[in-house]
Design a binder for this molecule. Structure first.
Ligand code: F6P
Length: 477
C-alpha cells in the first residue's frame, strides 16, 4: 500500500485545521481553526509535503468532501496551502466513536469525572459503540496508509485515535508512528474501570506507535503504570515514551491581541466592568472538567466572606458551548448560567454586575479579557495542560496573578509562581482569590515575569518539531 509519491509527514486528528459552512448562495466557506497543532504544523512549512487527515464533523464538511477533486485531498487557501484529507465517515459510526466512546467514556476516565449518579455502565450498547470506535480508527489508519510515503512520519493525536497506531503499523510497518495524548492519563485504579479487554486494546493500540508522548511527566508515568497493571511488567513493544509540554505562542498572541477588533472589545468590556474595579478572568469551553461552577461558587464565597470586595471586583467568565450533542454538557451549560444569575441577583447593584458571563465564542473578546485580567482563575478538576493558564500572563497588560489548580498539567511548569488550589475546595479557592487580589504590585510583576518565561518555553512550532525530530532525526530542529 505504500505510496512512493505520498506525504513525508502526516498528522491525524478528529478535528482538523479547517471547518466549512455552506453560504446562502450554496458556496462553501472554509474557516481555519486555531490551537497549537495548527501553528505547530505550519512550522514545517516548505521543508516537506505534509497531509493532515481529519474527520468531516458537519454536513457542510461532508459536502466539501463530496465536492473536492476525486473526493480526496483538499488544498485550501484557508489552510495556507496545507493538504487536508477529510474523511466522510458514516455519521452514526462517527457519533458512536466521538460522542459515545471518546467523549462519554474515555474523556470521563482520563479526567476522572465519573461520580454518582453518573457511573459507567458497560452494557451491550457500549459494545456496539465500541465497534464503531474500532471502525472509525480503522478508517483513519487506512487513509494514513494510503497517503504516506515510504518511511514517512505519522503523528496521531489524542484519545479519539488510540487504536489507530497499531492498525496503521499492521498496514504499513515501514512508517514511523507517533501518538500524542492531549488529555491527562488516568491512574491504573481508575483506568481499570474499563472492561479488561477494552483497557488492553486501548493500551495495545497506542503501543503500536514507535513513540507515545504526553503533555507532562505525570500523565506519561500514569500511562506506563497502566501498561504494567493491565499488560504486565515492561512495555512489550519497545515503544518510547516522551514528554512535550506545549507552551503559549507568544508572538502570535501579542500581535493578535493588539489588533483593532480586540481594542473595540476591550472598550465594550471596560464599560461592562465599570471603572476602577479589579477583574477575575476565566475563559473555558463549557466543560465539566473545567470546574466552572465551583469557580463561581468560590467567587460567591469571596463576596460573602469579604464584603469589602463587593462593588470592587468583577468576575469576567467566558464559558463557550462545547459538545452540545451530549445531555450532560447541555445540563452543565444551564447550571453555569443559573449560578451566575443567582450571584448577580443576590449581590448585584444598580451600577455593578458581579459576574459578566459570555457564552458566545469570540476569540477577539477572549484576548480583550486576557489583557484586562488582574487575576486569572484556572481551576480544572483535571486537565492535560490548560493553555489559558499560559496565555493570560503573556497577554495581560498589567501582569496578572494566576490562581491555578494543582490538577492542571500546566501546574507542573507554573506551580511555583501561581497560587495553587485544590479544585474541589471552594473555600480554599475563595481565599486564594483574596490573596491574588491583594498581592502587592511588585510581587505580581515578578511572578508574572517568571510565569511568562515558563509559559513560553516551548512554543507550538518547537513543540511540533521536537516530536518530529524524536520520531525521525532526519527532521532536525
Ligand atoms: O484536550 C483534548 C482536546 O481534544 C483538545 O485537543 C481540544 O482542544 C479539546 O479536547 C476540544 O475537543 P472537541 O474537539 O471535542 O471540541
Amino acid at each position: 500500500m505504500a505510496s512512493t509519491h505520498g506525504a513525508e509527514v502526516l498528522v491525524a486528528s478528529n478535528r482538523g485545521p479547517v471547518s466549512y459552512e455552506v453560504r446562502e448562495d450554496g458556496s462553501l466557506h472554509a474557516k481555519r481553526g486555531g490551537g497549537g497543532l495548527v501553528s505547530g504544523l505550519s512550522a514545517i512549512g516548505p521543508h516537506t509535503d505534509a497531509v493532515w487527515v481529519c474527520a468531516a464533523l458537519s454536513d457542510a464538511d461532508r459536502e466539501a468532501v463530496r465536492r473536492s477533486p476525486g473526493g480526496r485531498c483538499l488544498s485550501l487557501d484557508a489552510t495556507g496551502g496545507q493538504q487536508v484529507r477529510m474523511l466522510d465517515i458514516d455519521a452514526t459510526v462517527h457519533s458512536d466513536a466521538y460522542n459515545g466512546i471518546a467523549n462519554s467514556v474515555l474523556w470521563f476516565v482520563h479526567h476522572m469525572l465519573y461520580q454518582t449518579p453518573l457511573e459507567p455502565v458497560f452494557d451491550a450498547e457500549f459494545r456496539r459503540q465500541w465497534a464503531s470506535y474500532q471502525a472509525y480508527n480503522r478508517a483513519f489508519a487506512e487513509a494514513l496508509a494510503e497517503e504516506a510515503a515510504e518511511d514517512a512520519a505519522v503523528m496521531i493525536q489524542d484519545y479519539h485515535l488510540a487504536l489507530a497506531p497499531r492498525m496503521l503499523r499492521q498496514l504499513r510497518p515501514d512508517l514511523r508512528i507517533g501518538h500524542f495524548s492531549h488529555t491527562p492519563w488516568a491512574p491504573p485504579d481508575y483506568f481499570r474501570l474499563l472492561p479488561d479487554d477494552i483497557a488492553a486494546e486501548l493500551l495495545g493500540g497506542i503501543l503500536g506507535a514507535d513513540r507515545a508522548a504526553f503533555l507532562t511527566r505525570r500523565w506519561a508515568d500514569a500511562f506506563t503504570d497502566c501498561c504494567h497493571a493491565v499488560l504486565g511488567p515492561g512495555i512489550p513493544s519497545g515503544t518510547r515514551i516522551g514528554v512535550h509540554g506545549l507552551g503559549a505562542d507568544a508572538d502570535f498572541l501579542r500581535g493578535r491581541s493588539h489588533e483593532p477588533d480586540v481594542d473595540e472589545r476591550m472598550a465594550a468590556l471596560r464599560a461592562e466592568i465599570g471603572a476602577g474595579r479589579k477583574t477575575v478572568v476565566r475563559v473555558d469551553r463549557t466543560e465539566l472538567s473545567k470546574n466552572i461552577v465551583r469557580g463561581l461558587l468560590a467567587y460567591r464565597q469571596l463576596l460573602e466572606d469579604r464584603p469589602e470586595w463587593r462593588e470592587r471586583v468583577v468576575h469576567v467568565a467566558f464559558a463557550y458551548p462545547s459538545r452540545q450533542d451530549l445531555a450532560v454538557y447541555r445540563e452543565y451549560t444551564t447550571e453555569v448560567q443559573q449560578v451566575a444569575d443567582e450571584i448577580n441577583s443576590r449581590y448585584g447593584t444598580v451600577g455593578w454586575t458581579p459576574v459578566v458571563l459570555h457564552v458566545k465564542d469570540d476569540f477577539a473578546r477572549s484576548l480583550a479579557a486576557y489583557r484586562l485580567a488582574d487575576v486569572a482563575l484556572v481551576n480544572p478538576i483535571r486537565d492535560g495542560m490548560n493553555l489559558v493558564a499560559k496565555e493570560i500572563p503573556v497577554v495581560s497588560d498589567e501582569g496578572c496573578v494566576l490562581v491555578l489548580s494543582r490538577e492542571a498539567g500546566a501546574h507542573e511548569e507554573l506551580g511555583e509562581d501561581a497560587i495553587t488550589v485544590n479544585p474541589y475546595d471552594v473555600v480554599g479557592t475563595a481565599n486564594a482569590l483574596h490573596q491574588a487580589l491583594t498581592m502587592p504590585q511588585d510581587e505580581r510583576a515578578e511572578r508574572t515575569k517568571r510565569l511568562v518565561a515558563a509559559a513560553t518555553a516551548l512554543p507550538p512550532a518547537q513543540w511540533f518539531l521536537d516530536q518530529l525530530h524524536a520520531l525521525d532525526p532526519h527532521y532536525s530542529s
